[in-house]
Design a protein around this ligand. Structure first.
Ligand code: CMP
Length: 136
């Protein structure tokens, strides 16, 4: 049975700043994702705090929110069979140093903070995250 899912992907400020957004989008398209919607947006720090609320007790929360709101990001709704898992495989491990060869974070990530892309980690979070960026 097919299991078409939608997930939220963010091309983070470090990648947008280096003009890697088109390169990263073409990787998703090549991997069979449809980009249903996309928008380039500069978040305020309070927006980033809302987006990353699940991490609010973590020691890296403040830096993370400062960083996500430090420059424009590209948010996308990606659709594919098993999109959530597939996206996470293509992104690679959170820490680019630990990411497999060929993954986006291995290719483009600079550090665990500046790791170029974000992807939803579950169906429930995908719904919340899609709604965060594409409510209207
Ligand atoms: P992301 O997938 O966007 O989700 C939360 C982000 O927190 C993560 O990518 C990393 O960029 C960042 N982060 C910073 N430090 C850590 C850490 N120690 N463990 C996990 N994520 C971290």
């Amino acid at each position: 049975m097919s299991n078409i899912e939608q997930t939220l992907s963010i091309i983070k400020p470090d990648a947008v700043e280096r003009n890697l957004d088109n390169k990263i989008k073409s990787i998703f398209i090549q991997e069979g994702f449809k980009i249903l919607k996309e928008k380039k947006i500069k978040l305020e720090k309070e927006d980033a705090e809302k987006f990353y609320k699940v991490h609010e007790t973590k020691p890296f929360y403040n830096d993370l929110c400062e960083y996500l709101s430090s420059g424009p990001v590209v948010a996308m709704i990606l659709e594919k069979e098993d999109a959530i898992l597939s996206n996470r495989k293509i992104m690679g491990a959170t820490d680019p140093k630990k990411a497999d060869e060929g993954t986006i974070r291995k290719k483009f990530g600079i550090s665990i903070d500046r790791n170029s892309v974000h992807g939803s980690d579950s169906i429930d979070n995908a719904k919340v995250e899609i709604n965060f960026f594409f409510r209207d």
